[in-house]
Write a protein that binds this ligand. Sequence first.
Ligand SMILES: Nc1ncnc2c1ncn2[C@@H]1O[C@H](COP(=O)(O)OP(=O)(O)OP(=O)(O)O)[C@@H](O)[C@H]1O
Length: 285
Amino acid sequence: MASLKRLETEFPILDRDFQSFCALRGIFTDGLHRPWSNGVELMEDAQKNKHVLSTGCEGMDFLLRGGLHKGQVTELAGPSSSGKTQFCLLTASTVAYKHMGGVIYLDTGNSFSAKRIAQFLNQISRPAFDEMQPIVLQKVMNSILCQSVFDIFSMFDVLHCLESKLKSQMCRGDNDEILIIIDSISSLITPILGSSGSQGRALMVSAMSLLKKLAHEYNLAVLVTNHTVGGDGGIPKPALGESWKTLTHVRLLLSRDCGSDTYHVSLLKHPSAASGKAAKFIINN
Ligand SMILES: Nc1ncnc2c1ncn2[C@@H]1O[C@H](COP(=O)(O)OP(=O)(O)OP(=O)(O)O)[C@@H](O)[C@H]1O
């Protein structure tokens, strides 16, 4: 840190404004630390915020101890056609309807379907209404905001804009957003991991740090999807390698029997549940 102090005197451009700009992006200097929290503050934070959001799938909610946890990043990995997008769309619909919260949906493969969301919403509301009132449907669908992103740099742009929006909303005390979905994060990260690796890995870690920061500071749940590669004995395992696997809070592996609407999910990692547990659920076509 002494060398940084010297740099500050040598280069006046490294002033407090520049350091605040860096701090907003998670780069801290000796003058600007992320504040320490004591045990009481941590306990209050855990009690006040960090609730769970039901996903709309009983089996999944059971496995996740209630659903997606706010403040955490959950990764759903699975082979192609295993149902990752269907699960994301169902979760977006459930959260927007049952929790009445805003959902930010980053779509990397043009797989978002408003029609499918409307189908799910009609299914979810069925016990109460035969079909959802058009005005309610419109209101709930308006709270799901979808943005197409096709590379990691656009994702950073979108997330930084979101961060500014959340910050000003927080100042006004009207935070609506409660869930961010990225389907799929692996299609943004895989192209930058190339052969040389280190720069790509640094970007991957920065992306995850930003997601975790948003989750923690704005009390959001984050759901990202990942594809799979062949592991030992050809059994599918989540892609993106060893460094990625330590980054997310919760990891799930999804699979589906060909042509069936029953999905199998197993827990690979969870902060407060044993890994290896499994469950199944149905998503109606
Ligand atoms: N609009 C739809 N209505 C009903 N069922 C659908 C619809 N779209 C897809 N499905 C069913 O869901 C299955 C899973 O598709 P989904 O797109 O969720 O898989 P995925 O794991 O996201 O695949 P990928 O990694 O290739 O994107 C499909 O094989 C299909 O049977």
